[in-house]
Structure formats: C-alpha cells, structure tokens
Design a protein around this ligand. Structure first.
Ligand code: CU
Length: 320
C-alpha cells in the first residue's frame, strides 16, 4: 500500500515538472495567489443586506429583522416558568391546602418524600437558571445590611429565608424550605450530597464546594439546649448565632464564606433550623425581643421591621 502511494506521488511530480518547459529539475514558479473577482465586486442577487443580522429574514422574524426591533422586556419571576393548573399539581401539596394558599409548613428534611426532595431541588435549579438566586445570594455578601454579629442576625435572616421561600414558591407553590436539625442528626443530608449548583454572582459564577466535617465540630443537642436556656434575647441570640457559625464551618467550602454560603441549598435548610429554634425559644420566652430601634429595626433591603418578624404565623409559615 505504502509503495503504491509513493509511486503515485512520483508520477504526479514528474508530470508537474513536465509542464514547466520539460526541465525535470528546473525552478517551479509559485502558485498565483487566490483571487476571486466576486470578493471585490459582489454580484447583485437582488437581496438587501439585513438590518439585523441575527434576524435576517423579515418573513420569518417579523419586526425583529428591522432596524428597530421590539424592546426586550424580561418576564417577572412569577411568570418565568410554566405552571400546571392548580388541579394538576401532583401531590403532596404541602403548601396550598384548601384554606390557606400561602401558608408554608416547614418540615424536617428527613420527613420529605422523594417527590418533595425533587421539587425542592427542581425549584432551586429553576430560580438559579432564571438568575433570580444569584442576586439574592449577593444581598447576603453586602455587609451594609449588618446582618451578622448583632441583634439583627435572627430577624434579618428570618426575612431572608422568607424571600427565598417566596421565590421557590413562584416556581412550585408546593415547596417550602425544609429544616436540617443538624444537632440531632450529626450528618449532612445525603440527598444533597450530589447537588452542587453553579450560581451566577456579581463576582462571577460560583460552584458549590463542601469540606464536610474537616474544620469544625457540629454543635449537638446539648449545645442547643444550653443556648435555649438563656432567658433574654441579648444572651440567647449570640449563643444561637455561635451554634449557627459552627454549622457553616462544619459543612465548609462555600458554606464557610459569607459571600458564597447561600449558593448551597443546605444554607437555607441550616438557617431554617436556626429560625425554628428561635421560634421555639420565642414561644417559651414571650416578650423577649431584640433591642432594635430606628434604622436598625428595618430589615433592609426589605421594608419589614423587627416587630414584623416576631410572629411567624403572621409571616405566613409554621414548623412541624
Ligand atoms: Cu447569614
């Protein structure tokens, strides 16, 4: 085979040389450069060049093919996704029963069915791909809201969770944020292990990482009981925030950073548990509220005040 090929080449070279005045070893002139007269003088095929090359054909794209295409108006989040008719939602319908459409009943994640787990992850993915999650995560990275290390910590994150839950419910009204009772469980929710989304943040895309158990211990039931034993908000809240901090570092990776933590769905389940513990403590310690006044009492960037955060039923959710 190789011999045949080589033989062919010989023949061709001989023939080429032969065409240049018969001298077998003479200088071979360069090929003239490629020249296409149409390139300089394109023929007229009778078509105008399109005003808008992305939409070249007016018959197909209508006004988009013109110099003045329609203005782009984004859909509001609640209209970004198709939703089945209310009757066609598949059970279980956790959030909207016949009496109250908006009340969320937040459950221990261990109580979720596979369908409920999937719905939570699907809704999380949906709000992420429609770029609604990234901006919510970015709010958490802005220290101007003073949401850590002071009495705003619990009420601010209560509203933050609520905004997240509202976003999830726009995609699937059956979804509520489940809580991760880490003190009792002492393990990472296994159904989240393979779920490490990439979120578009103002700093660029961030993919969730975890270093589970590597850099901290996970506070246990006794630690939570000790925090719960505080009789005033001023001592209870820092104790609970400390437990919360350890949980962040225990998960590690994204969760260890204020900037990236809310990219991990476990952030919301962790904060849901912190919020649940606070609600339980509130019920046991009526009238004990954060000492916040003036601007510090407004849960910016939202309009809720500290007073609005006292009653979770009034905010539209409860814990089971
Ligand atoms: Cu936070």
């Amino acid at each position: 085979m190789a011999n045949v090929k080589r033989g062919r080449k010989e023949v061709k070279r001989t023939r080429d040389h032969g065409s240049h005045n018969g001298e077998p070893h003479g200088h071979k002139p360069h090929n003239p450069p490629y020249y296409d007269p149409d390139y300089d003088n394109p023929p007229d095929y009778g078509h105008e060049s399109p005003d808008n090359p992305r939409y070249p054909d007016h018959r197909i794209y209508g006004e988009y093919a013109s110099k003045k295409p329609p203005r782009y108006v984004p859909h509001p989040f609640e209209h970004m996704c198709f939703k089945p008719r209310k009757d066609d939602y598949k059970p279980p319908t956790t959030c909207h029963d016949d009496h109250d459409d908006t009340l969320c009943i937040r459950k221990d994640h261990r109580m979720l069915t596979t369908d409920e787990q999937n719905r939570f992850l699907n809704a999380f993915t949906q709000i992420n791909v429609m770029n609604a999650l990234g901006p919510l995560v970015d709010i958490h990275s802005n220290a101007i809201h003073m949401m850590h290390g002071n009495p705003r910590f619990l009420p601010w994150h209560r509203i933050y969770l609520l905004r997240m839950e509202e976003l999830l419910m726009m995609v699937d009204p059956t979804v509520c944020i489940p809580y991760w009772k880490s003190s009792e469980e002492q393990a990472f929710p296994s159904w989240l292990l393979g779920f490490t989304p990439t979120v578009n943040l103002m700093s660029g895309p961030h993919t969730v990482t975890r270093t589970i158990g590597m850099f901290a211990l996970l506070p246990n039931v006794a630690d939570v009981a000790t925090a719960m034993a505080n009789g005033t908000f001023n001592t209870f809240a820092p104790a609970l925030e400390g437990i919360h901090n350890s949980g962040h570092v225990w998960v590690g990776g994204s969760m260890a950073s204020i900037q990236f933590a809310p990219c991990d769905p476990v952030f919301w389940m962790h904060h849901c548990e912190i919020d649940r513990i606070w609600a339980e403590w509130q019920a046991a310690n009526p009238g004990q509220n954060p000492a916040l006044a003036g601007a510090a009492a407004i849960m910016d960037p939202w309009t809720e005040t500290e007073v609005d955060t006292r009653d979770i039923m009034a905010l539209g959710y409860s814990y089971v």
